[in-house]
Design a protein around this ligand. Structure first.
Ligand code: SF4
Length: 317
């Protein structure tokens, strides 16, 4: 369904993403996790060619059989309006503040050629599907009259309106309170399963991503450093960065104990070492770590990029 193959993005000659290789199968949910600045949003935006001015992408982003970099304007518009839906962090930045919720939802459907009255009926059904009550009134309301949680449900309803093959969700619950976050993520995941949509889900919350997704890809400084099945996250995490993230989750220490942190500060791709991108913060850094870049290679149930991990030696017949 979606494949990044050695994707590299530079802005004004400075690397932002380096060698990102990852796939998402039809109907699969993949979580992209890591600290701020690791390149998660840039990876997702590259699917819809929403990179900032001055950005230059090399490598391949393939959606189905199509290389996204080669799409013309019409092809790109079709992909954005029919095949791929995006849910951003802040719903208030997504919905036009001066138009009604009904206008926002029916516009998506009218672009598909649905008649005005059918679009109104479908919009009401979509709102009910994502757990919004009093739908007739909601359709007449404007964004400022809805809470952040309700408005993000509206955005999810719009994302599902065209039954997209792929949903890109960029920290869709960051702007919401904790209780609402869980509800909204559960609704997004249930509905996208019903529609058979694949999901690329960005989060800095490992537990949340593991609860929603089939596989987890961990990013650091513009690179993917580990990929593993979500249900093996705690048992099979082998990369020192993934292990450090797991240790620094709230709830892993008793009340009064100090929470572990990842030492040092997050780095961007352009100020990371030439070898392993995590070398400046890794407590196990040694030998070739700063100069030789570790490859993302199979280990246990996933892939990891670290010189210290044992690799299978091919047997000699
Ligand atoms: Fe740490 Fe070296 Fe492994 Fe990088 S390659 S994660 S610096 S041990």
């Amino acid at each position: 369904m979606l494949e990044f193959d050695h994707l590299r993005v530079e802005i004004n000659g400075r690397p932002i993403l380096r060698d990102v290789t990852l796939s998402v199968a039809a109907g699969e949910a993949v979580g992209l996790v890591g600290e701020s600045g690791s390149g998660k949003s840039m990876t997702v935006k590259s699917v819809l060619r929403l990179l900032p001015p001055g950005a230059r992408a090399t490598g391949t982003v393939r959606f189905g059989d199509t290389d996204v970099h080669t799409l013309d304007g019409a092809g790109l518009r079709r992909m954005r309006s029919e095949d791929v839906a995006m849910v951003f962090q802040d719903p208030r930045a997504t919905v036009n503040p001066v138009r009604t919720i009904g206008d926002f939802l029916t516009e998506v459907l009218r672009d598909q050629g649905v008649s005005r009255s059918d679009a109104r009926t479908r919009a009401a059904g979509l709102l009910a599907d994502v757990g919004v009550d009093h739908v007739a009134r909601r359709l007449r309301q404007r964004p400022h009259e809805l809470s952040g949680g309700l408005l993000q449900r509206v955005v999810i309803a719009a994302a599902l309106a065209t039954s997209p093959k792929l949903i890109l969700a960029d920290e869709p619950t960051t702007a919401l309170d904790v209780t609402t976050q869980e509800e909204v993520v559960a609704i997004l995941n249930e509905r996208r399963r019903e529609h058979g949509s694949a999901l690329l889900f960005i989060s800095h919350d490992l537990e949340l991503a593991a609860a929603v997704c089939d596989r987890i890809a961990v990013m650091y400084a513009g690179e993917i450093v580990e990929v593993l099945p979500a249900d093996r996250l705690h048992e099979d995490a082998r990369h020192p960065y993934t292990q450090a993230l797991l240790r620094s989750r709230p709830g892993t220490v008793a009340p009064g104990e100090r929470l572990a942190t990842v030492p040092g500060s997050p780095q961007s791709a352009f100020d990371a070492p030439a070898g392993c991108v995590f070398a400046d913060r890794c407590p196990q850094a040694a030998g070739p770590c700063r100069d030789v870049r570790p490859a993302l290679l199979p280990i246990d149930s996933g892939l990891a990029a670290c010189h210290l991990l044992p690799r299978e030696t091919p047997s000699v017949a």
